[in-house]
Design a protein. Structure first.
Length: 700
């Protein structure tokens, strides 16, 4: 799955161009790019349409891997666009040339295209094209492995304010940051940026970018073993890929579904989706993907005990990798490892130890790749499997040697207890080795048959001890990991309880201390107002003090309410909101229409959601009463399952250029609060049509 998305408009123009291209091609199956260009020029409506058609043709050639034809079309497009001063045509030619250079790993040429592209866009003050040129730059850096630089540039571009938000290219920087995070194993950052890109793609109806984000989110959830979530994302991505006839993406999604079901130990479903992906990759002549499908099918069949069929598919993968000259070292190493492990299973199933030699040859290849390429997981798997093979062959010294290598490379993830067990195993092995030597010296004069019998007995003892220690070591390691997980969960729970206790204490102290003092202040002011000896000027001051104390008490009640954890539920929030609305509009000519659910039950509510929703309500009502001129305001709150929707609508003047500045700070503040609680903020307004604010999100 690539990280590039395109807009719906681009897709529609591609469809129109596809029809034109089919007419041009007619019944000729192998028509040159030059002939196709000539046909398009001959049938052009105008030069601008000609440049757009050439751009679509260049993207077509790029998509099917015909790089030379793509270059030819891009150069033709650029030449015509420069002659007619059609900047968009020049930018599109840069896009084709730059991306073809990236796909062919011609990174210096791609960087040169990016610089030229950016300079022209900067000269023309064209922000979206500057973004496209910058995305080509960070894509090259990503492909070259300069991940930190690519992320730093992407973050800087996302932070720069845009005159008009570029919803086509900017989300791609989010997907790149997410891809780097995923490569580093930082699933939290990857998830955040994929979800942000998906949110923008959904708001702007960019369905190609939605497909990319959904597919990557499915793979991310696979890594986290959230298989049900992964399947949901795959289903949505598949629907969009089929809708837009993105054949390669359809095949990749089928393959991912197979991998997910394989991880869930549902082999029938895994094989079903692998078989759906296979003909698509064959149609596209995607040899490497075909090889990967064969390898995955082989692994599923091996787990089902169908070893001959499994070996057939794995050997197909091996031949395919050799045939296409694949340079994907991890995949080649994993294939040879799987073949070796299948030979081990066949040796056990058919009671034929000669298969172990075949297994040894394959796993040694995998080991060599892991050591040469410094791929840690490949080295670990090969060392462990070699120890198993040598153990089954009766070669205990070699088995022990590879077990030590496995232990050394996995120290960071193993417990101290397991290390001690391995050390104990070494001591036992050395002791037994000496005993074997003494026994051999003492029995040199004995019969050959008796010497062989003793040697076998000793070897069996060593093998049993080694196996027992390995099993006990892994059990100890698992228990240590479980204990650490439990301790972490307990610490998190204690921290949460401490926070809740502190919030409760703060609310209580504020209520007891501040409430009593402010109430006395208000009473003292009232006494001054009623005193006949106080001059009129001082009475006016006392009246102000009384009113201000009431306002402070009201504000304090809101602070106490937001701080008290006992109010972290939907029923409390809606009740408090209703009281606030009644007090707010008391004495005004505005009629509030409140539509809240009557019986919400015991629904938990995150404290930050409760707090920020209340302040959004306050801000919107304050804006409405100050600027709208409406005599009616509707406040509607709905909840379903874990989701909520709050709408506040007035029927006043709406937002126009004259009162735009008055609203801007409050709207920005409300939007910021909505984003803080990961909710969607929407504003619908027009001059004379009132203002409607909508917030959608999750309760917890």
């Amino acid at each position: 799955m690539n990280m590039n998305g395109s807009s719906p408009n681009h897709f529609r123009s591609s469809v129109l161009f596809g029809a034109l291209f089919l007419i041009a091609a007619g019944s000729i199956q192998a028509q040159s790019a030059a002939d196709t260009i000539a046909f398009i020029i001959k049938n052009k409506k105008n030069d601008i349409q000609l440049c757009d058609d050439l751009y679509n043709l260049g993207n077509y050639y790029r998509g099917i891997g015909e790089s030379e034809n793509a270059y030819l079309v891009a150069n033709q497009c650029k030449s015509i666009a420069e002659n007619i001063h059609y900047d968009k045509g020049v930018y599109n030619a840069y896009s084709i040339t730059g991306n073809v250079n990236v796909s062919e790993a011609k990174y210096e040429k791609a960087l040169a295209v990016s610089r030229e592209w950016y300079q022209l866009a900067f000269k023309k003050h064209n922000e979206p094209e500057m973004n496209r040129a910058n995305y080509l730059l960070v894509l090259v850096l990503y492909r070259q492995g300069e991940n930190d630089t690519a992320v730093a540039i992407s973050r800087r571009i996302l932070e720069v304010p845009q005159l008009t938000y570029d919803s086509v290219t900017l989300p791609k920087f989010n997907t790149l940051i997410a891809a780097v995070a995923l490569r580093k194993g930082d699933f939290t950052t990857a998830n955040t940026h994929y979800l942000e890109a998906l949110r923008i793609a959904e708001l702007t109806h960019n369905e190609q970018l939605q497909t990319v984000c959904l597919s990557n989110l499915s793979m991310l959830n696979e890594e986290l073993n959230n298989f049900r979530e992964a399947l949901k994302y795959q289903e949505k991505a598949l629907t969009l890929a089929l809708k837009h006839n993105e054949i390669l993406n359809v095949g990749l999604i089928y393959e991912n579904r197979g991998i997910t079901y394989q991880a869930m130990a549902i082999p029938d479903s895994a094989l079903y989706f692998y078989n759906k992906a296979l003909p698509i990759f064959k149609q596209l002549q995607s040899d490497e993907n075909i090889a990967i499908i064969y390898d995955n099918m082989g692994e599923v069949l091996a787990n089902l005990g169908q070893l001959d069929s499994a070996m057939y598919y794995m050997q197909l993968t091996k031949k395919q990798f050799i045939l296409i000259g694949s340079k994907d070292s991890p995949k080649i190493a994993n294939n040879r490892m799987r073949i070796g492990q299948t030979w081990i299973k066949m040796a056990e199933a058919k009671n034929n130890k000669s298969y172990l030699k075949n297994a040894l040859a394959e796993v040694l290849v995998s080991k060599g790749i892991g050591e040469n390429e410094k791929i840690q997981n490949v080295k670990m798997n090969s060392y462990w499997t070699l120890a198993e093979i040598y153990h089954k062959m009766g070669n205990i010294p070699n088995a022990y040697e590879y077990l030590l290598k496995y232990n050394n490379i996995s120290d960071s993830i193993r417990s101290i207890s397991l290390t001690e067990q391995i050390a104990e195993m070494q001591t036992i092995y050395e002791t037994q080795k000496k005993e074997v030597e003494i026994s051999r010296l003492n029995t040199e004069k004995s019969l050959d048959a008796e010497k062989i019998a003793r040697q076998k007995t000793l070897n069996y003892s060593l093998s049993a001890i080694a196996a027992l220690l390995l099993i006990s070591g892994f059990l100890i390691f698992r228990n240590v990991q479980n204990k650490r997980t439990t301790e972490k969960q307990f610490a998190i729970l204690e921290k949460q309880n401490a926070i809740e206790s502190m919030r409760n204490k703060i609310a209580s102290d504020v209520h007891d201390e501040m409430g009593a003092n402010l109430t006395r202040l208000g009473l003292n002011a009232q006494q001054l107002l009623q005193s006949p000896v106080i001059p009129e000027q001082e009475k006016q001051l006392a009246e102000k003090i009384a009113l201000q104390s009431k306002d402070i008490i009201t504000g304090m009640r809101e602070i106490i309410w937001t701080s008290n954890p006992a109010n972290d539920n939907l029923k409390s929030m809606l009740g408090f909101m209703r009281q606030y609305i009644d007090r707010f509009f008391d004495g005004t000519n505005i009629r509030p229409v409140v539509n809240f659910p009557h019986d919400v039950g015991e629904v938990a509510l995150h404290p930050e959601v409760r707090r920020n929703l209340f302040f959004i309500l306050k801000e919107s009502l304050n804006n409405a009463i100050k600027y709208s001129g409406s005599d009616r305001i509707d406040i509607d709150f709905q909840n379903e399952s874990e989701n909520f929707n709050l709408k506040i609508k007035d029927y006043g003047k709406g937002i126009d250029d004259q009162n735009k500045d008055a609203f801007s700070y409050g709207l920005r503040n409300m939007k910021m609060r909505a984003e803080y609680i990961q909710s969607i903020f929407q504003l619908i307004t027009a001059p004379g049509q009132g203002v409607q604010i909508s917030i959608e999100g999750k309760l917890y």
